[in-house]
Design a protein around this ligand. Structure first.
Ligand code: ADP
Ligand code: MG
Length: 756
């Protein structure tokens, strides 16, 4: 847990232990609330109805009521049956009586109530009516005492008619206790005690309230309209801080110098020209257009910062390779970073294949002016590793492919001109930066992702990058159909394996995907795997999926492979497994045997999620499909139907019909529009998940902002933040904004460290 003692000016950095005392502050710390700022940013989850003033002769059981009454007596006593103390007060309107009950561990804790609930005093009491031994009572009511909390009865009425903030709470710290702590902290604050991250000019222009007023409104609104406006303003603030941080990143990146890598003039010899001439297909319109943008940016003396998004199979690799070749032609090197060793190896293979003789530069029989593709991963043998490092350092390899092992400080490049990051969502900002720091001048950066990203998410998560998209898939793809298969229907499952057999007999291959590796492990897990980002994923999602508690255990690779070897329909087929805990060489060999057709059925974890390319694979069976995220499933099924034969995706689900999980899987079966699915995914999942999964960080600093619904707010904040940063790049005149950005970076770094 970070304390932002030095980050936040004003009183927001003060520790709650100091302001509230240790006894009140300790339980709050369990909710992660350590400073005044933490507590003030702990916004109500919703607001309860204040309830109108109720007549004391009409107190219905279970109803939320507010009564005005006079205290007739109050006594504290220890409880005999249980340990602890109880305060019982009786209030009356002159005709009827109502009991108020408060419990505490020790009598001392009840003293504040005892002091206020003196006989003769009048107050407003709010709570839910219950009954104990024939007497109506309110347990732990909220109350406002006339003459103490309010000057007079009228003011008490105003107080009592406020919406009741309901806080994210725990059994140890109930909402009402948080409400009181917030009031204790908030009431004495003055304008200067809180520093507003939104500059005055921006507030004035957009008609936004100041931060202190906003906090008062969100924690203690007079009516619903007030807290709604306050929330809007806080959403803007979150978006603004985020966008200001991104604007600064962009500005800093733009100041960096890069080496210009202009394309070789037409007609002059170049690897790129030779490559284009030998390409067995024509580029799609999108590939050509994006390629031109990239070519122009590489020719500039400031680093390109580009995100290339495109559906699975839209042909991003060729676009990236052409960019790499332009840099090679200009005398530089390119690094291609993949999230897993399997993918890195496959990329190296694909690039060499695409390049043909052009990848044998300097070798006998190689093209006259070719280059070399080096593969550098953590699992290489010492000799191979040394060789690859030498090729990178000498510049002999124009293209170096690897996993995050490329980030190791010992890897040197002769002249790194371009970094391509494939499947970005597995890489954090810090990793990008580490690699970028490798060149003498800043290398150009191209980030590729197949996860379609709605515009505002792109603005939020990848806001420091410019975006291009490949929207069409090369012609000649047969496409894919998906069906949901209920796991508990033996006939359907039977039919599934029959279909698998038919496909194999037609010369095709089949993926079977499971969320876990070992049947007896709790989660898809494991040292090597986690390190390699292989089986990663959506742990969160697998755990959080609705009703996870009473579901059958998740299917595991090793168990399902055994089962398939015994399945009559698959008799005589070769079944292999692939998962992140296997030795890299074994993974390689499993993939190679599947690619060659020696193995027809590959049972694997989500290790195949990204980028794996076996055109003969036509069927994918996903077990526990209801436990994965939509985007992830969409990625997964993109592995089949890549050749000329149509693809089939069978989503085996244990979700109850009508449950959100079932809705998700059905949505997937119905559409292949990745963009729609990504948007739907965002709507069905919590923001934290989405942003957390998309990239490290961010999630913790966004409390109210919703990336889909708040698109307009984000766009507006982006514009304002860009202007502010443009006129004051160091934010020297905006200490509040500076502090908020620093606090956000803290969160990010913290999260990154926790993941690393
Ligand atoms: P992704 O965008 O998912 O990374 P790839 O770059 O792996 O897609 O491309 C998928 C397949 O399509 C590869 O086999 C690639 O060679 C092929 N391909 C790429 N561009 C074209 C094109 N313009 N026409 C036909 N096939 C193409
Ligand atoms: Mg790819």
């Amino acid at each position: 847990m970070s304390t932002r003692t030095d980050a936040a000016p004003g009183r927001e950095s003060e520790l709650l232990t100091k302001v509230l005392g240790t006894r009140s502050a300790t339980p709050l710390a369990k909710l992660g609330l350590e400073t005044v700022g933490d507590l003030l940013r702990h916004y109500p989850r919703r607001y309860g109805d204040p309830g109108t003033l109720t007549d004391m002769d009409r107190l219905a059981l279970g109803e939320h009521v507010t009564v005005m009454a006079r205290v007739s007596r109050a006594t504290v006593r220890s409880m005999r049956a249980r340990s602890g103390a109880m305060l019982q007060a009786v209030v009356t309107d002159g005709h009827h009586e109502l009991a108020l009950t408060f419990f505490a561990k020790r009598p001392g804790a009840l003293r504040p109530h005892e002091d206020k609930l003196r006989p003769g005093r009048v107050g407003l009491f709010t709570g839910v009516v219950s009954e104990y031994r024939g007497t109506r009572q309110l347990t732990h009511p909220d109350y406002i005492m006339v003459g103490l909390d309010a000057d007079d009865a009228e003011e008490a009425m105003v107080e009592a008619s406020r919406p009741i903030p309901i806080y994210p709470a725990s059994s140890a710290v109930p909402s009402w206790r948080i409400q009181r702590a917030v009031r204790t902290v908030l009431d004495p604050l003055a304008e200067d005690d809180v520093v507003d991250p939104v500059p005055l000019e921006v507030r004035a222009r957009l008609g936004l309230a100041g931060r202190l007023d906003t906090l008062r409104s969100v924690h203690r609104p007079a009516d619903a309209r007030e807290w709604q406006r306050a929330r809007d303003r806080l959403r803007f603030e979150e978006a603004f801080v985020l966008q200001a941080a991104l604007a600064q990143r962009r500005a800093r990146a733009a100041e960096q110098e890069a080496t210009a890598r202009p394309p070789v003039a037409d007609g002059r010899a170049s690897v790129l020209a030779d490559f284009d001439a030998a390409l067995p297909f024509t580029l799609t319109e999108g590939q050509r257009a994006v390629g031109e943008d990239i070519a122009a940016e590489l020719a500039e003396a400031r680093p390109m910062q580009r995100l290339l998004q495109g559906e699975v199979g839209s042909g991003k690799t060729v676009v990236a390779l052409r960019a790499m070749l332009q840099v090679v032609d200009a005398g530089g090197q390119a690094a291609l970073l993949a999230p897993t060793e399997v993918l890195a190896a496959q990329h190296a293979r694909t690039l060499r294949q695409l390049l043909g003789p052009l990848a044998e530069g300097g070798l006998l029989g190689g093209a006259e002016h070719g280059t070399r593709v080096a593969l550098l991963t953590g699992s290489l043998g010492a000799a191979a590793r040394k060789e690859a490092m030498l090729q990178a350092a000498s510049g002999e390899a124009g293209i170096v492919v690897g996993t995050h092992a490329l980030l190791s400080e010992r890897v040197q490049f002769a002249d790194l001109g371009l970094v391509v990051v494939d499947e970005q969502h597995r890489f954090g900002v810090e990793q990008r930066d580490a690699l970028r720091a490798k060149g003498r001048a800043a290398p150009h950066l191209l980030v590729m992702t197949a996860t379609p990203i709605p515009r505002t998410v792109a603005m939020t998560v990848f806001g420091d990058l410019e975006t291009s998209s490949l929207t069409e898939v090369p012609a000649g793809r047969a496409g894919i159909t998906s069906h949901v298969v209920p796991a508990d229907n033996p006939r359907w499952m039977d039919r599934t394996w029959t279909r698998v057999r038919e496909e194999v007999d037609a010369g095709h291959r089949v993926y079977v995907v499971c969320p876990r590796i070992h049947p007896d492990a709790d989660l898809p897990s494991g040292g090597a795997a986690a390190k390699d980002f292989d089986d990663v994923p959506d742990l969160l999602e697998l755990v959080d999926a609705d009703g996870a508690g009473d579901k059958p255990p998740l299917r595991a690779v090793l168990e399902v492979a055994e089962m398939l070897r015994e399945t009559p329909q698959l008799d005589g087929l070769e079944v292999a497994v692939l998962h992140g805990q296997m030795a890299p060489a074994d993974k390689e060999s499993a993939m190679a045997r599947f690619a060659s057709g020696e193995v027809q059925v590959l049972v694997s974890t989500t290790v195949i999620e990204v980028g794996v390319d076996v055109p003969e694979a036509t069927v994918m069976v996903v077990f526990d499909a209801d436990r994965f995220g939509l985007s992830q499933l969409h990625q997964l099924r993109g592995r089949v139907g890549r050749g000329s034969a149509p693809g089939l995706c069978l989503l085996v689900s244990t979700a109850q019909p009508g449950s959100p999980a079932a809705t998700r899987v059905e949505a997937l079966a119905e559409t292949t529009d990745g963009f729609r699915l990504a948007t739907l995914d965002l709507e069905l999942r919590s923001e934290g998940d989405v942003l957390g999964a998309a990239q490290s960080g961010r999630s913790s600093s966004l409390r109210l902002l919703r990336v889909v619904q708040d698109a307009d707010v984000i766009a507006q904040a982006r514009k304002e933040a860009t202007d502010v940063v443009a006129s004051d790049p160091g934010l020297d005149d905006q200490p509040g904004l500076q502090a908020a950005i620093a606090a956000q970076l803290d969160d990010e770094q913290e999260e990154f460290l926790e993941r690393a």
